[in-house]
Design a protein around this ligand. Structure first.
Ligand code: GLV
Length: 319
């Protein structure tokens, strides 16, 4: 069995895989698409990163390939329908991603609400020229306010738990409404997308990227939000029409945004960099050393479980 890993990563989590199979890693940087394309015909398993495109051309060029084990909960980088149609298995790593991503969403909420990064930046640059005083730098209380979660999967639920602990009201919108017992247990209330947008003080996006969720927040949705509301996105940048967001922030249609992901790749539109009411992080939802290693183990469990049948595999069943 030959396994190709597309990304540079801590090796310790891969130990069990390396003991059992022949594993190829890039050295010191990720493999490019072209490098993977050239090597893939010889491999049985591809371990891909969430930003590595596993497209039709690559799949067609991989006669031995049986498993694509993605390092992420999201798998919009993979043409899942095509892969599954060709008899391949696709796997992802939901469990280790949940808590760190929910923690970051919470961090972005608190930061934007209480203007932490903005105050830090102003103190450092303006020093004693920064306006301070009891009526300056006023923020939002968070406690007692309403969080609207779009996408009530594992991460949405983990964020709801954190928001409940802060004394927030939690409403959510999801493809499927949770069972009433689960809603009660989680202390969350279902709302239509329109009602959620009109009511929430914070709107957090926790849905996967699919053709249906493309620009789930665009000009119209931003207009439905309260002028005092804050948008948080730790999911995928393409859920938001970023040009419309820039316009909405500029015109005061909404109050602010906390963004870990961007529509056009790794970096935000330059206009966002100029805005004090925006907190930006470069897709760090799972960026802790511990999470990196636990995610590697989850990838290895998927590979070994698939090849040996001795443990569960987190299979992606549909695009
Ligand atoms: C990260 O973005 C993930 O999908 O796990």
């Amino acid at each position: 069995m030959k396994i190709l890993v597309t990304y540079d990563m801590f090796r310790e989590g891969f130990a069990e895989l390396e003991r059992r199979y022949e594993v190829t890693f890039p050295a010191g940087r990720d493999f490019t698409y072209e490098e993977v394309f050239e090597r893939i015909p010889e491999y049985d398993v591809l371990c891909s990163m969430f930003d590595f495109p596993v497209d039709k051309a690559l799949i067609d060029h991989a006669p031995r390939l049986r498993l694509i084990a993605n390092y992420a909960v999201g798998y919009n980088n993979i043409d899942v329908a095509y892969a599954v149609g060709k008899g391949l298995t696709v796997a992802n790593t939901p469990d280790p991603v949940t808590a760190p991503t929910a923690n970051l969403a919470l961090g972005l909420m608190l930061d934007t609400a209480r203007r932490i990064t903005e105050c830090d930046r102003k103190l450092r640059t303006l020093r004693t020229g920064m306006k301070v005083g009891v009526l300056e730098n006023l923020g939002m209380p968070v406690t007692g306010q309403t969080l609207g979660i779009i996408g009530m999967g594992r991460i949405g639920k983990a964020l709801a738990k954190r928001a409940n602990a802060l004394g927030m009201e939690v409403i959510y919108h999801n493809r499927h409404q949770l069972h009433i017992e689960e809603e009660t247990r989680r202390n969350v209330t279902y709302a239509s997308k329109e009602a959620l947008l009109a009511t929430a003080d914070f709107v957090s996006l926790n849905a996967p990227y699919t053709p249906e969720t493309h620009h789930i927040i665009g000009e119209e949705e931003l207009k439905r939000m309260k002028p005092s509301a804050i948008l948080i996105n730790t999911a995928r940048g393409t859920l938001v029409d970023e040009h419309a967001l820039v316009k909405a922030l500029r015109e005061g249609t909404i109050r602010g945004a906390g963004l870990d992901v961007f529509e056009f790749g790794d970096y935000p539109l330059p206009e966002l960099l100029e805005m004090d009411n925006v907190v930006l992080t470069p897709h760090i939802g799972t960026q802790t050393t511990e999470t990196r290693i636990v995610m590697v183990r989850a990838v290895c469990d998927n590979v070994i479980g698939f090849l040996e049948g001795d443990r569960p595999v987190s299979r992606v069943l549909r695009p």
